[in-house]
Design a protein around this ligand. Structure first.
Ligand code: 3HC
Length: 594
């Protein structure tokens, strides 16, 4: 029989602590909510009130239930109030000394059978546990922000945590409507270990002015379907908390430079730009604690003269794979006459048949009417040779991801196409400048990266090289807008924005699996339930193809030479063994249908 927790304590009523109080009280558990001072207590009480009032305003919580929830919370200054609780969850700032002192105090004050839990994000639970005389009753109970919303709790057991304590805490998580993953004590556990390298790298991109904060956030939301971009998420987490987590992960997680906090984070913390809680971080909010972004009042950037974009009326797409088919469909649906050059692969079905099937499905789903279906197909002309591209205004290439193949193609396009034609490569792992220099017109060459194989996502990364003209960039952006796509403009760096941020995270997940720290299912669960990702890293890897991910990661590693970016050996081995994901019937999971 699992232990009944009727009265629990929460120490520290910051963003996380106040959220944890709400989780308990919503689920019928009495809470003693403790802070160090009256003002801090008042802030915690206000955070709880704001959250529950919002739930009432949205019709998600009845007023009577809100009042009942509040009546379950006993706000107190000082730890002595915790003498009779069954469990204490600590959520004070991420400083080991502070937490150790606090646990020693709790050990003295609480009943001998009370379980002591820490919500630490990255510190060692073992280090905290040994500050007490009851380390077997100390666990990590790691909630995610916003605690009332995110379903995941990481239960961290140390080498001395008693098995029945873990069982009791797991049962409590279920009662709170949470899903737990139970893991051992390692810096960053599952989710933060995979999240914070990515967040830090995104800050590095802002600092290097590689892309704007808005474009980086947009790229990850639209390109990967994430609920928030990395910079908005850092504002939610709090820059001060993020700094401490990165610092700990750097020092205790193998001194991977990717976890060394980007200097900009430190500067923002020093300047009091802590994110939502202080009213300003990467974005400015209408008041502290609010989620509403307002223009941040900085001097607007000087308006740049936007160069004229050249008119594009006809488009050529070269290639015979899924991406080429997706592109032909996207352009034809947007009204462009499209010449599809798919002859070089000897494909008998041809792109038009693939497009017809996709359009049939759209008609069946009611997403396209029959007249548009026919009109779209009528805009597609098929050609086996490149010569007919002489008349188009834009050529988009989606052939094999090999430098020599793409360079040879661009050299041919240079011969065939009329002057001034925009030449675009969809490469995901090669430097765009390499293909540009295969032509005599590098100013007209750029990358158009569609971050998914069927070009279905609404995002396009427009990649300009150091030779791309401003007019070419403007033309590409205008064409993408005509396709109904959102564009993000970035420089010619391996992985551009989306892959440069996504692939290292996927690679880290493989390393974590390889180290035996957690299972494929637990890691996927943690990222979906803790961070709201639509799919877990192994689901993504199986979907995009392990070989594709490996090629991309190799390119990122080759360019940045950062040891932590080296492809995970397990990823290399699986690719060598032919485990490529959905495409081969087996990747990190079995998709053979057996
Ligand atoms: N408190 C309580 N409820 C909240 C809330 C808060 N602070 N913020 C949002 N909600 C609720 C809303 O009321 C709404 O509820 P409903 O669906 O019942 O109406 C729901 O969440 C969705 O909110 P919104 O419609 O306002 O906004 P979004 O749809 O954009 O969702 C979000 C907001 C849930 C924060 C979503 O953007 C998300 O999942 N983001 C990712 C968050 C994440 O990654 N968290 C983990 C961070 S890492 C961490 O915490 C570890 C730590 O150690 C640092």
């Amino acid at each position: 029989m699992a232990r009944e927790f009727t009265r629990v304590g929460v120490v520290g009523l910051g963003t996380m602590g106040a959220g944890i109080v709400e989780v308990f009280a919503r689920n019928g558990v009495d809470v003693v909510a403790v802070e160090v001072s009256e003002p801090a207590l008042a802030r915690g009480r206000a955070t709880l009130a704001r959250s529950t009032d919002r739930a009432v305003a949205k019709g998600k919580l009845a007023e009577t239930d809100r009042d009942a929830l509040h009546s379950r919370v006993d706000f107190q200054v000082g730890l002595e109030a915790l003498h009779a609780v069954d469990l204490v969850v600590e959520a004070v700032p991420e400083h080991l000394d502070l937490k150790r002192r606090l646990f020693a105090e709790l050990d003295r004050i609480c009943r001998p059978d009370t379980i002591l839990a820490t919500n630490t994000s990255s510190l060692s639970v073992t280090d905290i546990a040994v500050a007490t005389d009851r380390p077997q009753q100390v666990v990590g109970l790691h909630f995610f922000n916003p605690a009332p919303v995110m379903k995941l709790v990481e239960v961290v057991r140390t080498v001395v945590t008693a098995a029945d304590v873990v069982d009791d805490v797991e049962a409590l998580c279920a009662r709170l409507g949470k899903v737990d993953v139970t893991i051992s004590d390692r810096a960053g556990f599952i989710a933060n270990a995979l999240l914070f390298g990515y967040l830090n790298q995104a800050v590095g991109m802002v600092e290097a002015r590689y892309a704007t904060r808005e474009d980086i956030d947009l790229a990850m939301k639209l390109g990967c379907g994430l609920p928030m971009g990395p910079l908005a998420l850092l504002d939610l987490i709090g820059l001060d908390t993020a700094y401490e987590i990165l610092n700990t992960m750097y020092r205790h997680g193998g001194r991977d430079r990717r976890h060394a906090p980007t200097p900009l984070i430190r500067q923002m913390v020093t300047a009091g730009l802590l994110g939502r809680k202080s009213g300003r971080g990467f974005y400015t909010y209408d008041k502290p604690g609010s989620a509403k972004v307002v223009p941040d009042g900085q001097t607007p950037a000087p308006t740049r003269t936007v160069p004229d974009s050249a008119p594009v009326t006809t488009v050529g797409v070269v290639g015979a794979g899924a991406l080429a088919a997706g592109l032909v469909e996207v352009f034809a649906r947007a009204g462009y006459p499209v010449l599809s050059v798919d002859g070089d692969t000897g494909s008998s079905a041809g792109i038009s048949d693939t497009v017809r099937t996709a359009l049939d499905e759209d008609v069946a789903r009611g997403a396209l009417d029959a007249a548009d279906h026919e009109a779209t197909l009528a805009r597609i002309t098929r050609s086996a040779t490149l010569e007919q591209l002489a008349d188009v205004d834009l050529v988009v290439e989606a052939v094999a991801e090999e430098s020599s193949v793409k360079q040879a193609l661009f050299a041919r396009l240079d011969e065939v196409c009329k002057p001034g034609v925009l030449l675009a490569t969809t490469t995901s792992s090669l430097p765009v400048i390499e293909v540009a220099m295969a032509t005599q017109r590098p100013a007209d060459v750029l990358g158009l990266h569609f971050p998914d194989p069927a070009a279905r996502r609404p995002l396009v990364e427009v990649v300009r090289t150091i030779r791309t003209s401003a007019e070419a960039t403007a033309t590409a952006t205008a064409v993408c807008a005509a396709l109904g796509r959102t564009t993000v403009v970035c420089g010619d760096r391996a992985g551009f924005v989306v892959d440069a941020l996504l692939l290292p995270y996927l690679n880290d997940a493989v390393r974590m699996l390889e180290a035996g720290y957690a299972s494929v299912d637990d890691i996927d669960h943690a990222m979906k339930l803790g961070c709201g990702y639509p799919t877990g890293p192994f689901e993504v890897l199986d979907a995009i193809g392990l070989d594709v991910a490996l090629a991309g990661q190799r390119a990122v590693y080759r360019e940045q030479r950062e040891p932590g970016l080296a492809p995970a050996p397990l990823l290399e081995h699986l690719v060598t063994a032919g485990y490529l994901g959905h495409r081969s019937g087996r990747g990190f999971r079995d998709h053979s249908g057996r």
